[in-house]
Design a protein. Structure first.
Length: 300
């Protein structure tokens, strides 16, 4: 354990280990992804995609390794026993910090299939990582504002189409489709701007999860509803690297796939949109109450 080092030095060590892990695995991902691009046949994809997943899992295991080496963290995790690494899952979580990604990958790696995130389109330009996300078929989403769509109506539905294309690929091999219903990281400023009715959460957006259920709902074994709580406050990425994230609480609840919402047309049917909204709002009320309970218990 290196957590005895001063914070800035520990952060430097953690960052270098993170970078070395990226440089080790990303070139392998890209080499295989290029082969898949040059030979765009289903048989090739079925052969290469599982290898890409194994590489990504080794990459995540490497991240878990340097986290254990550099971080003195108290992990309080419940609900991950009995999950199936060969099944399909739809995973949902609250979102507060970039550290959420490392937390989710750490607790789920090799317990369920590789998490596939919906990525903001501008992040495809992040050095190394953008190419890695492309190689792993993470869908890039533009998420245009309503004001932009009024000026450019031809762009309406592009994200939905990208989601459908991604889900077609996800259906080929076991995959965990990851969705942050809030669409962005929680901050007090965003919470106030939204006038969110939830104490610890931003308003949820049902579109992404609705499209995933519409495209491949019959594949999903369950919905994994994840609640992440940082009793000492959500850390920034630098705080995380420097070992200032001392405690994290994670609760995973396996929920049945809502059959009455599967196969419905979220984009075209107002009744379907309302049914999804009702379901998501109840999910979020329960999560908000759970976060309040966990924070109160951690403060004792």
């Amino acid at each position: 354990m290196l957590n005895f080092l001063p914070g800035p030095l520990l952060g430097l060590v953690a960052f270098l280990l993170l970078l070395l892990n990226i440089l080790l695995w990303v070139p392998l991902l890209l080499a295989l992804a290029v082969v898949r691009l040059v030979l765009p046949f289903k048989a090739v994809r079925l052969a290469i995609d599982p290898v890409l997943v194994r590489i990504a899992e080794a990459w995540i295991a490497g991240n878990s390794g340097w986290m254990v080496l550099t971080q003195a963290m108290d992990w309080d995790v419940q609900g991950v026993a009995g999950l199936d690494p060969r099944g399909w899952y739809l995973v949902n979580s609250n979102h507060q910090t970039w550290a959420d990604i490392f937390v989710l990958q750490h607790i789920f790696n090799r317990r369920i299939p590789l998490l596939k995130f919906f990525i903001k389109d501008q992040l495809k330009w992040v050095p190394f990582m953008g190419l890695a996300w492309w190689a792993l078929d993470f869908p890039f989403m533009r998420r245009h504002s309503e004001e932009y769509l009024k000026l450019h109506p031809e762009m309406r539905g592009k994200d939905q189409e990208a989601t459908r294309r991604a889900c077609e690929k996800f259906a080929l091999i076991p995959t965990s489709v990851m969705n942050f219903l809030e669409g962005t990281r929680f901050t007090p400023a965003k919470h106030a701007k939204q006038n969110s009715p939830y104490r610890h959460l931003l308003k949820p957006k049902a579109g992404g999860i609705a499209l995933a259920l519409n495209a491949m709902g019959d594949k999903f074994r369950a919905i994994l509803d994840v609640t992440i709580v940082y009793p000492d406050g959500a850390p920034g990425f630098a705080d995380f690297l420097c070992g200032r994230m001392r405690r994290v609480i994670v609760r995973v609840q396996s929920l049945p796939v809502p059959e009455h919402l599967m196969g419905s047309d979220y984009a075209a049917d107002a009744a379907t949109r309302e049914a999804f909204a009702v379901w998501v709002r109840q999910l979020w009320r329960d999560k908000d109450a759970q976060i309040a309970r966990l924070l109160a218990q951690a403060a004792k």
